[in-house]
Ligand binder design. Structure first.
Ligand code: C2E
Ligand code: MG
Ligand code: MG
Length: 397
């Protein structure tokens, strides 16, 4: 709870060594912050209306490291420590680590300033209080994230990210109609890192944009090689699009650039949009119509998981719906699940779209999907994500 405090000129708000209770926002008046150096008073700063003070000791739960005294009659708003700590706890871990690291350095500098011999230990001791902090006061998990992100950036610059192609099988025609492009990263020491992890990391910053462009470029390059083998029967390649790519990048112009560079038809690209993105209804709708204007198809990925909204499905004109793996996995054991899959196959057809069943791992699942008239199947039974060299064999005459 915030409350107002009035103090008179000359009074102390807190003194060095006091336990921290709250931080303060100055509404009116001036507050002088001072400490002692070699026994002599030393003014660190004079704060005015709108300035925040006393927040440091609240953040690191250490005794006050300076005196705060009113120079005029002043009014302050008390900011409760839980108000501050809740915000810090919910902040991005990297921002939190930066804050704590800076605070730790400030404390160290202040302790050195205060002692004539220099080099005194800081009063605040995060490392001892928080096992996640290392000796610099940084949160190790946040540092690991920054580190991983830097390495991802380097891997991208060195073109070390790999794009794999997982076949999408047209059941009735018994042929591979296309592929889904799936990015892979083999970390120099950790080995393969799941795209679930590094795509999520890249999504947190704008790094996802060059990663996305890189994938498009590699896909176009692969299509150009396949076209040399069998130009009359080209497969499509579906690329995954993340939220940030949709919000910040012009996916279409990136597809155009890649297609143009490698001399292939841009209509061989298919865009996969995950279900959670359809919450941004207007933007997805706009993307779909711009794709359709140039003959590019759009698929709804992982349908049936968290955000299924049939209202959106009827308004958003997806060409393809990809049924989440979970359904196929349970379909043959749970009759109700089987019934739902059948209903989705029928519903998608009435919407003039195609269904891809994801995660097909057994012949029995493929057979069942075929008998339901599901058009496409994708999964380890048909093929795992493979290198370009491996899939070329599917297209040689
Ligand atoms: P997704 O788009 O739903 O991709 C399908 C995932 O299911 C892939 O995992 C694939 O390897 C896996 N999978 C395919 N068949 C089977 C199967 O029969 N059984 C099982 N258990 N799994 C199967 P992966 O490659 O780990 O990718 C995970 C997610 O990472 C993808 O989910 C996609 O959301 C994201 N992702 C991958 N590549 C990219 C990319 O280039 N850009 C973006 N934005 N996201 C990507
Ligand atoms: Mg996908
Ligand atoms: Mg999927």
């Amino acid at each position: 709870m915030s409350r107002r405090i009035d103090i008179r000129a000359g009074e102390y708000l807190f003194r060095e060594g006091d336990a921290p209770t709250s931080a303060f926002l100055i509404e009116s008046g001036r507050i002088e912050i001072s400490t002692h150096q070699d026994g002599q008073p030393l003014v660190l700063s004079v704060l005015n209306a709108g300035d925040l003070l006393g927040e440091m000791a609240v953040i690191d739960d250490a005794p006050r490291t300076a005196d705060a005294r009113a120079l005029d009659d002043a009014t302050l708003i008390e900011v409760d420590r839980t108000q501050i700590n809740e915000r810090i706890d919910s902040a991005d871990p990297i921002v939190r680590a930066l804050l704590r690291g800076q605070l730790y350095r400030y404390r160290t500098a202040l302790a050195q300033l205060r002692s004539s011999t220099g080099g005194a230990a800081p009063t605040a001791n995060f490392p001892a209080q928080n096992p996640q902090m290392d000796a610099d006061g940084y949160d190790d998990s946040a540092v690991a994230k920054i580190w991983l992100e830097t390495q991802l950036r380097e891997a991208l610059a060195k073109r070390e990210l790999d794009v794999r192609f997982q076949p999408i099988y047209e059941i009735a025609e018994r042929r591979i109609a296309g592929y889904e492009a799936l990015v892979r990263w083999t970390h120099p020491t950790r080995g393969p890192v799941s795209p679930m992890e590094f795509i999520a990391l890249a999504e947190e910053t704008s790094l996802i944009l060059p990663v996305g462009e890189y994938v498009l470029d590699r896909v176009a390059e692969a299509l150009a090689e396949i076209a040399l083998l069998q130009p009359e029967e080209m497969p499509f390649v579906a690329v995954n699009m993340s939220g940030r790519q949709m919000a910040e990048a012009d996916m279409l112009s990136a597809i155009n650039t890649a297609a143009h560079k490698h001399g292939i038809d841009r209509r061989l690209f298919k865009v996969e949009v995950t279900e959670s993105l359809t919450l941004d209804y207007a933007r997805v709708g706009d993307l779909i119509s711009r794709c359709h204007d140039v003959g590019i198809k759009v698929a709804l990925d992982d349908f049936g998981t968290g955000y299924s909204n049939l209202g959106h499905l009827h308004k958003l004109r997806f060409n393809t719906v990809k049924l989440d793996q979970g359904f196929v996995r349970q379909m043959l054991d749970a009759p109700r699940c089987f019934a739902i899959v059948q209903a989705i196959v029928d519903m998608v057809r009435t919407l003039d779209a195609d269904l891809v069943a994801e995660g097909v791992e057994t012949e029995a699942q493929l057979l069942a999907l075929g008998s339901m008239n599901c058009r496409y199947a994708q999964g380890y039974l048909i093929g795992k994500p493979q290198s370009l060299a491996e899939i070329k064999g599917n297209h040689s005459r």
